[in-house]
Design a protein around this ligand. Structure first.
Ligand code: HEC
Ligand code: HEC
Ligand code: HEC
Length: 454
């Protein structure tokens, strides 16, 4: 009996230690995966939209207020950028089939034209709101968060239904989505309902009473519609957005979606309001860079269609996002010494890179990096050439870049087929060393990897 008692007593400290470890692990785990709400950083008091007395931050800007439901829906579908994700490469708009290459397989977007069999033709209003706010699709399927419903959940019912009204005016196209190739356990959709319970707030936008009307409009456009954080905010272990690092930048589909916080060196803190407004609405700001790749799509299909007042509101909101530094992004070099280029690039690759640059690039980009042809092609001062990983520089060389806006169209040809991985790496290293603040050391193997990711 004594023995048992002793054992029992001895077990107590051990049990307590174990219990303490479990509690600490749960708290740390909880801290790591449950972040703050996307607008918590602003402090102040949030109220339900119905209780908000100032100007309604949802809906369309003043110039569209008297437009028809369908026209308003079209504007809002642009603001929420539904089309790019729901269109396959060279496919019909909104007919789905775009591939999302994830670490555990490929997921395809679905057809959202009003086709009854393969699209959203049989959706009721309630079905559509479930998809947008709760991530519940056709036949009660649980959607993967690649459909950004954890952002769209903040969209008002009226705005979501206006988008639906617009989608129902499209021509119904019969287009079943290709079969996903996700590995177990990620192919288990039921897991998504657990994710959704944990990480989807399932709440509409709540205005902040201590902020201006423009700030609230900007927050609504940025969070509920433009879902900028889905690319610009790093994710945590559970694949949810980590708002402690809000807009601090991350790599998304092989492209680096840069830091857009107020940090001066690695974010957009040194940009003027006009720089930001130009970049968002035109895809370019002089001395700051040109939007290419996924951001080029965001500008072309979404932001360039927004009213000037809406762009101003987004800039107002973006300005208030707290400063977070990115350790590997140095301050862009504005005026690189024109002829010399930094050390650190292996001589052989520099020579090859220089030869490629001379033959294929200098005509448009010049030897000083200031384009003799058009401001959109100026390389100096841009984040891309000042990014020592050269990720986006390599992607632009592989894929080229095309802007097609009302009054400007520009075209950088794609070199992905013309050049080997080694040639692309060497010209990218040459460009960052010559025009940026710190040269890259991109390898051919990394270029091959980047090709497979976009
Ligand atoms: C970032 C990419 C992305 C954006 C932006 C996006 N979607 Fe999706 N959406 C997807 C993917 C991927 C799926 C398929 C998810 C799945 O199979 O679990 C999907 C699924 C859906 C579904 C469910 C279809 C079904 O099978 O029942 C609807 C409805 C939908 N999206 C509507 C929209 C609307 C409307 C917008 C714009 C407001 C939009 N999506 C924007 C990626 C996106
Ligand atoms: C689909 C992913 C994606 C979405 C959504 C997205 N971005 Fe981007 N963004 C990028 C990428 C990638 C870049 C880098 C583009 C380049 O290098 O040309 C970028 C660049 C930027 C830059 C320039 C940063 C710099 O230092 O050069 C700004 C500003 C920006 N985005 C703002 C926004 C805003 C505001 C939104 C929401 C309306 C948004 N982005 C949505 C992917 C995205
Ligand atoms: C026909 C003219 C032309 C040629 C040739 C050309 N470019 Fe470009 N380049 C452009 C234009 C125009 C842009 C802006 C693209 C846009 O509008 O999105 C650009 C953009 C870029 C960017 C992104 C700049 C930023 O703001 O982030 C890089 C990097 C780049 N080019 C490098 C190269 C390299 C390296 C070569 C040679 C292999 C090359 N370019 C050849 C016209 C050209």
């Amino acid at each position: 009996m004594n023995k048992n008692l002793q054992r029992g007593r001895a077990a107590h400290p051990l049990l307590w230690t174990l219990a303490a470890i479990v509690v600490v692990a749960a708290v740390v785990g909880g801290y790591l995966v449950f972040g703050p709400h996307p607008t918590d950083f602003a402090g102040g008091k949030r109220v339900a939209l119905a209780d908000y007395r100032a100007e309604d931050p949802t809906g369309v800007p003043p110039e569209f207020k008297s437009a028809s439901l369908v026209e308003r829906g079209e504007y809002l579908a642009r603001a929420a950028d539904c089309m790019v994700c729901h269109t396959a490469k060279d496919g019909a708009p909104f007919a789905g089939g775009r591939a999302f290459v994830l670490p555990f397989g490929t997921l395809y977007s679905t057809n959202i034209t009003p086709d009854v069999d393969t699209g959203i033709g049989s959706y009721t209003n309630a079905n559509f709101l479930d998809a947008m706010h709760k991530g519940i699709g056709r036949g009660n399927t649980k959607l993967y968060p690649a459909m950004p419903y954890a952002s769209y959940t903040y969209m008002s019912d009226a705005d979501a239904l206006a988008i639906m009204a617009y989608l129902f005016t499209l021509k119904p196209l019969h287009a079943p989505a290709p079969k996903n190739t996700l590995a177990f356990p990620f192919d288990q959709r039921s897991l998504m309902s657990i994710w959704s319970v944990l990480f989807n707030p399932d709440k509409r936008y709540e205005p902040n009473v201590e902020r201006s009307a423009a700030w609230n409009r900007g927050a609504y456009l940025t969070e509920a519609m433009g879902h900028c954080g889905e690319c610009h905010t790093p994710r945590n272990l559970a694949f949810a957005l980590n708002n402690r690092q809000k807009f601090a930048g991350t790599v998304q589909a092989g492209w680096r979606a840069y830091n857009i916080t107020a940090n001066r060196g690695s974010g957009v803190g040194a940009w003027s309001d006009a720089d930001l407004a130009h970049y968002l609405s035109l895809g370019h700001a002089d001395g700051r860079g040109t939007a290419s790749g996924p951001m080029g799509d965001v500008v072309d299909e979404s932001l360039s269609h927004l009213s000037p007042s809406d762009i101003t509101a987004m800039v107002t909101y973006l300005r208030t996002v707290p400063d977070v530094a990115t350790s590997d992004l140095p301050e862009p070099r504005a005026n690189p010494a024109s002829a010399s280029y930094a050390e650190g690039v292996a001589a052989a690759s520099a020579t090859r890179g220089r030869a490629v640059y001379e033959g294929a690039c200098a005509g448009c980009h010049g030897w000083t990096g200031v384009s003799p042809v058009l401001p959109f092609a100026t390389l100096t001062g841009t984040r891309g050439v000042n990014d020592p990983t050269a990720t986006n520089v390599a992607q632009v060389i592989i894929h080229g870049a095309l802007r097609h806006m009302a009054d400007t169209s520009t075209n950088m040809p794609a070199f992905g087929d013309a050049y080997s991985d080694a040639e692309i790496a060497s010209v990218a290293n040459y460009v960052t060393a010559r025009f940026g603040s710190k040269g890259s050391e991109l390898s051919a193997a990394k270029v091959a990897k980047l090709r497979s990711e976009d």
